[in-house]
Ligand binder design. Structure first.
Ligand code: SF4
Ligand code: SF4
Ligand code: FES
Length: 242
């Protein structure tokens, strides 16, 4: 079968990229096909991978403009493979994750000091179980349309991380996190849901952002775009039917 791969973007200049067609055997995953091309056709093809079993998140890229993990995606005829979006390309399918990862430090979501009591009940564990599954693949970041127009938006996985910590029974800094997600954060999201569709772990950043909005309202914040008030103002824009 024939697939196309975006190649030759070097020194972070996407304008140098070109699409190259490759013939690969039927039935391969995308990662198997990339390894086939690298070993049999062109050793300069550059891509990231690690676990090969959809665990580490390092092989995220795009196929036909949708984010996938290369090790879990089975190729189809005519597929078009490109690197993740919203981050600078280093080479071929490798992007610079620094900008995405820096958003984590902005939401101040970590244990500053080990708490005296770190024991969790099963219920406490359940409350943060889903968000804890994040493998930091950046697929949601790549899919977010707000980051297309505002590169300072916190983005979905940092906000999911923030929500996880506000729900963690071992953490007592909720107010600090809620303060940190106001600027270029919860109110800038359009609730489009692209991040939720992109997540290979089944995490729902859009819902987490809606829950953060509700928590923000409880802390006295309001949506800056609802200056005149109304139902959405009172509920922090939380609409479970979204
Ligand atoms: S729901 Fe919000 S964070 Fe997720 S992709 Fe849409 S705008 Fe971005
Ligand atoms: S929330 Fe999902 S898509 Fe986003 S970084 Fe984590 S695992 Fe990847
Ligand atoms: S190689 Fe680890 S998720 Fe694909």
């Amino acid at each position: 079968m024939i697939i196309e791969i975006q190649r030759y973007c070097e020194n972070r200049q996407p304008e140098n990229s070109i699409m190259i067609e490759y013939e690969v055997p039927e039935g391969m995953t995308l990662l198997e096909a990339l390894q086939f091309i690298k070993t049999k056709k062109d050793p300069t093809l550059t891509f990231n991978h690690g676990c090969r079993s959809e665990v580490c998140g390092s092989c995220a890229m795009r196929v036909n403009d949708k984010e996938v993990l290369a090790c879990g995606y089975r190729l189809q005829e005519g597929d078009v493979v490109t690197p993740l979006s919203k981050m600078k390309i280093i080479k071929d399918l490798v992007v610079d994750y620094q900008k995405a990862q820096e958003t984590l430090s902005r939401v101040k979501s970590w244990y500053a000091e080990p708490s005296a009591i770190m024991i969790q009940s099963k219920e406490d564990e359940k409350a943060i179980e889903k968000q804890t599954d994040c493998i930091l693949c950046s697929s949601c970041f790549s899919s977010c349309p707000v980051l297309e127009v505002d590169e300072n938006f916190l983005g979905p996985f940092a906000l999911t991380r923030a929500y996880r910590y506000t729900n963690d029974s071992r953490y007592d800094g909720e107010k600090e996190i809620i303060d940190a997600v106001q600027e270029k954060g919860v109110w800038d999201c359009t609730l489009c849901g692209e991040c939720t569709i992109a997540c290979p772990q089944g995490i729902d950043p859009k819902m987490d952002i809606m829950m953060l909005r509700a928590k923000s309202v409880q802390q006295g914040y309001s949506d800056p775009s609802f200056a005149s008030g109304g139902d959405d103002f009172l509920s922090g824009g939380f609409n479970p039917n979204f």
